[in-house]
Write a protein that binds this ligand. Structure first.
Ligand SMILES: C[S@@+](CC[C@H](N)C(=O)[O-])C[C@H]1O[C@@H](n2cnc3c(N)ncnc32)[C@H](O)[C@@H]1O
Length: 234
């Protein structure tokens, strides 16, 4: 399968166009499974008790909010994204709950992170890696900004278990874009979603890519018949 490496400007424009309906579409199209997947990510982050976490490709901020609910109030949480309308959504949601008041949402491109070398204990990126124009460069940036001993946690779609593939790809290619068109009025964004998932590497290939960016330890866990995988690397 040829990997789709999308063009950054087109990705930014696409997310700007769906920012107001992104959350609703997400929860609907995943049947609510996205809450569980993010909870697994947050549990993995909490296990290493970081002092600060940068949530990359934070979008409307759901990972950052889930982290705040689970981690101590002394843990610094910052969300980065390169799409201003998605960040506006995150900031708007952050004002609804006092617990989120100290989360900072900043503009930042995963290919040129506005962070010093070896400056962060933990990085999270949920459903963002697939959208990077140059995955290797993004992973090298993540390695650069992590402190020695810090952890990178990647939550992303992967290639599902063999028995599940026919149902899953039928859903992705036929039902999902249609429902997304009704909900978001944007069929193109969800055609892109189906294509980018289908061409994304397997857990094993992504593990090799993460190692190629300089990480020495990588653990991959498939979730929900491996619709999604959680990779933790250090
Ligand atoms: C599918 S959303 C995921 C949002 C959120 N992490 C979640 O779990 O719902 C992907 C996000 O990645 C962002 N993104 C894509 N490429 C990026 C890049 N190079 N740098 C920063 N953000 C990026 C998009 O703007 C979008 O908000």
């Amino acid at each position: 399968m040829g990997a789709i490496m999308p063009e950054g400007t087109a990705v930014r424009r696409m997310f700007a166009g769906i920012s107001r309906r992104y959350d609703f579409a997400n929860h609907l199209l995943s049947g609510g499974m996205d809450f569980y997947w993010r909870a697994r990510l947050v549990r993995a982050v909490a296990a290493a008790a970081p002092r600060d976490v940068a949530d990359l490709a934070t979008g409307s901020g759901d990972v950052a909010f889930a982290l705040r609910k689970r981690l101590g109030a002394d843990v610094r949480i910052t969300g980065y994204d390169f799409c201003p309308p998605m960040l506006e959504e995150a900031r708007r949601k952050g004002t609804r709950d006092n617990r989120f008041a100290d989360i900072v949402f900043l503009e930042g491109d995963c290919l040129h992170l506005p962070l010093e070398d070896s400056s962060v204990d933990a990085l999270t990126i949920a459903f963002g890696l697939r959208n990077l124009e140059n995955r290797h460069r993004g992973l090298c940036e993540m390695r650069r900004v992590l402190r020695p001993g810090g952890h990178l946690h990647i939550l992303e779609f992967t290639q599902p278990d063999r028995w599940f593939r026919p149902f899953y790809f039928f859903y992705l290619k036929n039902l999902l874009p249609f429902v997304a068109w009704i909900v978001c009025g944007n069929r193109q964004a969800y055609d892109y979603l189906a294509g980018s998932i289908e061409s994304f590497p397997t857990k094993e290939s992504l593990t090799a890519e993460i190692r190629a960016a300089g990480f020495t330890t990588v653990r991959a866990t498939g979730l929900t018949a491996s619709i999604v995988a959680l990779h933790t690397a250090s």
